[in-house]
Design a binder for this molecule. Sequence first.
Ligand SMILES: Cc1cc2nc3c(=O)[nH]c(=O)nc-3n(C[C@H](O)[C@H](O)[C@H](O)COP(=O)(O)OP(=O)(O)OC[C@H]3O[C@@H](n4cnc5c(N)ncnc54)[C@H](O)[C@@H]3O)c2cc1C
Length: 473
Amino acid sequence: MRIIVAGGSIAGLSSALVLARAGHEIVLVERDHVEVNGTSAPAAFEWRRDGIPHFQQPHALLPRGRLLMLQELPDVYRQLLDAGALEYDCSRIIPGPSQPEDKELIALAVRRPLIEWALRRAIAREPRVEVFEATRITGFAGRPGTIPHIDGVRTARGAEIRGDAVVEALGRTSPAPMWIEELAGMPPAIDSSSCGLIYYSRYFRVGGPLPDGPWLVCFGPRVDLGYAMFSTFTGDNRTFAIVFGIPNRDAELRILKRERAFMAACAEMPALRPWMELTDAEPITPVMPMGALENSIRSYEPGGHLCATGLFPAGDAICHTDPAFGLGLSFALIHAVEIRRALARDPSEPQALVRSYFSRIWPEICERYLSCRDLDNARDQAWNGAKLDFSRPTGCYPMFVAVAGGAVSLQDGEVCRKWLRRATLLDRLSVFDDDLELQRRVESQFAKLLKSGAPRPEQGPDRETLLARVGQA
Ligand SMILES: Cc1cc2nc3c(=O)[nH]c(=O)nc-3n(C[C@H](O)[C@H](O)[C@H](O)COP(=O)(O)OP(=O)(O)OC[C@H]3O[C@@H](n4cnc5c(N)ncnc54)[C@H](O)[C@@H]3O)c2cc1C
């Protein structure tokens, strides 16, 4: 088939590659233009990518996405390792003997632009992919109707690029719903809720090794301060990033967008001390804000009615979640592979093709959307003063998994393994969520932990103290 891929970021680039390698002819259309030939991997970090506001924001590739990349695009994976990406073994903190499946628990520490760089390099070598860059898409082309058939895109220069199907990978602000309506179709049903957070991040580079510790998933300390949070990301080539997440409603804490206040806040956090004491740590970005973030999902079969045929929305264009959960890159890869599977079916049944795609991706994006939304809402309530019971599964379940499950993981091998596999997309949520015996264990061990009065690691100053100290910076 001839497939138009709309959007050339992680979802579009990986779909284009996976589909071209399955024998399809691909036309990739992207509004930005970047020069990949002759660009070194680290130089990709400086690319100007107006279409991706989060281009330089800290990212990590979770084990599910890393595993898929290794299986489906091994050359891209190898290129990333050669360019300085690091394999990070999340299983090393699991107490007790290792299990065969632990070898899946490897994440990739790499800055996002490098992933795009490696995908683009592979695309440049792929004879079945034609690329139109600096080309803004302004609508879909196809046969109008109550279920329009979409087989192309219209561009700002007035051209139509037609094929047999369209992969829509235009990111979380994609105007696809409006474009479907222009072809007399019904727009997808959208469910969304604010993440409630603004992120402030900054990348650093060091000359030597980075600190190490018993961290769950994100290659560095991640701490909930009870009114805000922070986390740390290891990147490629001796880079790391620190991210603060503050509630949208807290205007005073927005002071952290100022460089001096940000650095002063880092210095106040005991868990960040080893990172702040890296005397050769040199900032390589300013403090980068990121707000207006949502958990959001689009259903293209609302009430069983198909919105369009020929259209395969992928990546953030169909579902995006709070970046703190790090799911987006993995979903982009999952969707690329599932589009290939769907397109392997009989093309004379266009409804069956898209329905088969949605039936394979929907259960997973839907459960993750709900779980991210519920945890964000619970955290927001807790930061706003609500007393939530996170000590038992019948209390606030999202917080029980995050807080009690996380704490018990550091002492119980089975809990840790299942908790990590849940957090890194390797398992469906039901593996943990339906295991009542495991949850009882978490509950009782967490109760013992609380009773033991074991000293908890120092988290950081309270909000007023932090504000006073960063205000002086
Ligand atoms: C702050 C932050 C941190 C994150 N951290 C992580 C993480 O650690 N791990 C993780 O897995 N995920 C993370 N994510 C999520 C991840 O970045 C996204 O899921 C991912 O970028 C989605 O890729 P995409 O290709 O679907 O969309 P995008 O990356 O948004 O790309 C959309 C593409 O479409 C192009 N485009 C848009 N409109 C048009 C048009 N009209 N015509 C032509 N082209 C157009 C854009 O230029 C762009 O290239 C994070 C997100 C944010 C915001």
